[in-house]
Design a protein around this ligand. Sequence first.
Ligand code: AKG
Ligand code: FE2
Length: 199
Amino acid sequence: MSMAMTELFPPHHNHLDVLLCSSHQLQRSVVASGEKQLPVEYRISKSAWLKDTVDPMLVALDHRIAALTGLDVQPPYAEYLQVVNYGIGGHYEPHFDHATSPTSPLYRMKSGNRVATFMIYLSSVEAGGATAFIYANFSVPVVKNAALFWWNLHKSGEGDGDTLHAGCPVLVGDKWVANKWIHEYGQEFRRPCSSSPKD
Ligand SMILES: O=C(O)CCC(=O)C(=O)O
Ligand SMILES: [Fe+2]
C-alpha cells in the first residue's frame, strides 16, 4: 500500500470552510450493506454529498485534486464530494472504501470500483479522531487542511487488504472531513493496469 499526505492549503487558510456550510444538508451517514445503503452502529457521523454546482469552490477543489493525483475526477469517474461531520464519540470502525462484493451499490455509477481515496481534513480536533490504518500499522492525526491519498485497489483491480482503516472516536472537539472517491474508469491511461499482484 502506498500513501501520500499533502497540505491542500496553508494551515490557517479557510478556503474550505465554505464546505462546512453544507451542515444544513447533513444526514446520518450510511454504508453499503449488501445491495442497500443503511445506517449502522459502526459508522456514527453525519454526511452530505456536494455537487460541483453548489459552489465554485468545489470546482476549484476538483482541479486541485486532479492536479495532485493526475486522475480524472469528473463525474462519473469520481463521486461528488462527501462532507462528513463527527461529534464527540463519532467514529467509523475498520472498513474498506472499495466494494468487496459485486452487488455493492458502489457499482451503480457504472464506472467500476473505487480505485483511490482522497480525504481532506476540514478541521482539527482537540483529542482523538485520528485515521488509523490497521494492517499498515500507523495513524494520521486530524490536521486542518491536510489531505491523504491512497490507492484502494492494486493495479490488477484486486482490493488492497492493507487499506483497512478506521476513523477513531472523537474525544474532544468536532471533526470534519471530506472524501473524494475516484473510480477505476477514466484512469486507464493515468494508472495503467498490471497483472502482477504486487503492483
Ligand atoms: O474519518 C476518518 O478519519 C476516516 C473516514 C473514512 O474512512 C471514510 O469516510 O470512509
Ligand atoms: Fe474510509
